[in-house]
Write a protein that binds this ligand. Structure first.
Ligand code: AQP
Length: 334
């Protein structure tokens, strides 16, 4: 089986974008692949973070992975900081990555502008950590959204550079990963602005539906979400980004086709569509929330999942790390 690697940062407020853009796709494809799915807690501190929340947010995310349907027979779930090879390989790769490759990354430029003078070296270096995450597992495929394509390209460039400088052509040290384009990928947009993506870090909670929102919160947020004054609902009208986003959410969560929804909602007004959408979201999240409750009640189970996950991840990661060290000329510890 081909190996797939992916992760989400434990920064709280896990939302429908994280589910429909990432976790649900992992679940749907999981039996086809050997999956390594992690909680990206080293990435979570590249921007200012709250140390009193990090561990709790990590456990919440692991519980959500399981609640969303990840099956331990197909997937290894682990926490990034539990496998120290991620940090160690990052240092080694740092030293072969040209600085200007990092300075050219779009996400760095965007986030650095937002943060002004508070930009850490870690924020610049984030793509090298991401390259380590992927390359340590010799992953064949990495699920990527539009915003992550540049990072995967960089990962391939770093691996190719290391192979070229320190490997033998017939025996590359690191495998170059390919993108995995999800069958039903979706970019979920903010409820407050259909041109911006739904995001954990948006200061307004009304801009997103969190996976753990109560039915009342969901109803309230959908009631309040931005719409337009036009009657009749249509997909793909560039003048109506909110309409496209809300119809897409309905399509994905009701398990219907776009064509069917286009017909069903063609003559609807918002007053009719909004309650339908709210009920659909509530129904879709109900089984996830029930399973989440059950999983979080048993902390020792979550701990055992993470202990086993870290052990399996370490075995592969440490092997790759040793191969890289040997290629770079290190003597391995005795
Ligand atoms: N709005 C979205 N639509 C589709 N997919 C999304 N993802 C995030 N937002 C959307 C996907 O979720 C995964 C986890 O992302 P991450 O935690 O590594 O960070 P992110 O992409 O930066 O997610 P957020 O929620 O927007 O966090 P902040 O606000 O902290 O930047 C990824 O696969 C991502 O594509």
């Amino acid at each position: 089986k081909q190996r797939v690697l992916s992760g989400v940062q434990p920064t709280g407020n896990y939302h429908l974008g994280n589910y429909l853009g990432a976790i649900r796709n992992w679940v749907e494809g999981q039996s086809e692949y050997e999956n390594y799915l992690f909680v990206a807690d080293l990435h979570a501190i590249t921007v200012p973070h709250d140390p009193t929340q990090l561990a709790a947010d990590t456990y919440t995310l692991v519980a959500l992975y399981l609640a969303c349907g990840l099956d331990l027979n197909h997937s290894t779930i682990f926490v990034q900081s539990h496998v120290s090879a991620h940090s160690e390989l990052t240092w080694l790769l740092n030293c072969i990555t040209p600085l200007n490759w990092l300075q050219d990354m779009i996400q760095f430029k965007e986030k650095a502008v937002k943060q002004g003078e508070n930009v850490s070296a870690g924020l610049l270096d984030y793509p090298v950590l991401m390259a380590s995450d992927i390359l340590l597992y010799q992953a064949d495929k990495v699920p990527v959204g539009e915003d992550q394509k540049q990072h995967l390209e960089l990962t391939r460039d770093i691996a190719a550079r290391l192979n070229h400088q320190f490997g033998k052509p017939e025996q590359p040290v690191l495998k170059l990963p390919d993108p995995l384009i999800p069958k039903q990928g979706a970019r979920v947009m903010s409820l407050a602005d259909g041109t911006r993506k739904m995001s954990k870090s948006d200061p307004s909670d009304l801009s997103r539906i969190n996976l753990l929102d109560s039915p009342e919160q969901i109803q309230y947020k959908i009631k309040r979400c931005k719409t337009d004054p036009i009657r009749g609902l249509t997909f793909d009208d560039p003048e109506r980004p909110e309409c496209n986003n809300l119809l897409t959410l309905y399509t994905l969560l009701a398990g219907k086709t776009k064509e069917d929804v286009a017909v069903e909602c063609h003559d609807m007004g918002w007053g009719q569509f909004k309650p339908l959408l709210a009920d659909t979201i509530i129904e879709a999240l109900k089984p996830i929330q029930e399973k989440y409750q059950a999983v979080t009640e048993d902390k020792s189970y979550l701990e055992s999942v993470l202990r086993d996950g870290a052990e399996k991840a370490r075995a592969i990661a440490n092997q790759t790390l040793s191969q890289v060290k040997i290629a770079l000329g290190y003597s391995l510890p005795l």
